[in-house]
Design a protein around this ligand. Structure first.
Ligand code: FES
Length: 321
């Protein structure tokens, strides 16, 4: 792809909670492509048989042009990406990187913004907080973790001009100190926007509560960094219209895999419906959306599908491939 770069890891900073903060720059120090808050990098992880792409939100100040920073949690329950980053991320190592891309953009015209980060989901919120501060906009950042001693980025936040906008919530503290959505969410308003990133249960809780309280779906912005997705179901047929091919997607199969076997390649990265890499146009048929990437409007429209995980409600799907 045209936006592939080779970036050198210049700094590795150990943060509490098994999190590392990684800084990447060009080897010659030249400026990097501009970035907006909420953007992520796709990072290629290659080591022996390992050949993965993983997405990491940028946490650095977007006005910086000399480097990008991300935070990575070492998660033993992940599918290998985070362990690989912790192993491979040594200063001086060169990584193949794509992006930055932004599927989680900040609405900079909002009168009030509430940022809600759970655990490593704080990373995009740090860039958003800096931008909102620079714009002079009203915002609050709620940062939820298990306890104070596993809370990453505390030093960075303590040094930030916007530190007074941050409310920490620790699970091991008394109930009144934890996030209380009845207390901590603002009343719904057309110019109030919420941003949510964190573990799936944390996100689902906040999104469902906010929408039930009357916040418009379009004002509740979300970035899933992983998701548990059931890709199984009954068989259906997929027609790759331009290729003139028809394949059967079996109960344990996916559209992307079935088409790849027939020689029609769809680029796939996260394989769990969160990154959007595999989004494909639907010409006919009814998608059974399993992803967390498409918006409610896009799902209802039925003209796009995440081919890594979603299936079909109809017997046949015709794709623009
Ligand atoms: S590969 Fe990430 S959504 Fe399909």
């Amino acid at each position: 792809m045209s936006d592939t770069m080779h970036l050198t890891l210049t700094d590795r900073i150990e943060e509490p909670g098994n999190i590392i903060r990684l800084r990447f720059a060009r080897a010659d120090g030249a400026p990097l492509p501009p970035v907006t808050p909420g953007a992520h990098l796709d990072i290629h992880l290659a080591d022996g048989a390992l050949d993965l792409w993983r997405q990491y939100s940028l946490c650095s100040d977007c006005s910086q042009t000399g480097f990008y920073e991300i935070g990575v949690l070492r998660d033993p329950n992940s599918r290998g990406g985070s362990e690989a980053v912790h192993r491979l991320a040594q200063p001086g190592t060169v990584f193949k990187v794509e992006g930055p891309r932004n599927h989680f953009p900040l609405t900079e015209t909002a009168a009030h913004t509430v940022l809600l980060g759970g655990g490593i989901g704080i990373t995009p919120m740090l860039a958003m907080a800096q931008r909102l501060h620079d714009l002079g906009h009203d915002f609050t950042l709620h940062y939820c973790t298990r306890s104070a001693d596993v809370t990453a980025f505390r030093q960075m936040i303590a040094a930030a001009d916007w530190r007074d906008r941050v409310v920490f919530h620790f699970d091991d503290q008394p109930a009144e100190q934890r996030l209380d959505l009845a207390r901590d969410l603002p009343p719904p308003a057309a110019d109030t926007h919420l941003y949510v990133c964190g573990p799936q249960g944390f996100m689902d809780w906040i999104i469902n509560t906010a929408e039930a309280a009357g916040h418009r779906t379009a004002n509740v912005h979300r970035e899933y960094f992983s998701a548990t997705v059931d890709t199984t179901g009954t068989s259906f047929e997929v027609v790759a219209q331009r290729s003139g091919l028809t394949v059967t997607v079996g109960p344990e199969d996916t559209i992307a895999k079935a088409l790849a076997r027939a020689g029609v390649k769809i680029e796939v990265k996260c394989e769990e419906g969160v990154c959007g890499t595999c989004v494909t146009d639907v010409l006919e048929g009814s998608p059974d959306h399993r992803d967390k990437f498409l918006t409610e409007d896009e799902r209802a429209d039925g003209t796009m599908i995440c081919a890594c995980c979603s299936r079909a409600c109809s017997k046949t799907l015709v794709l623009d491939l």
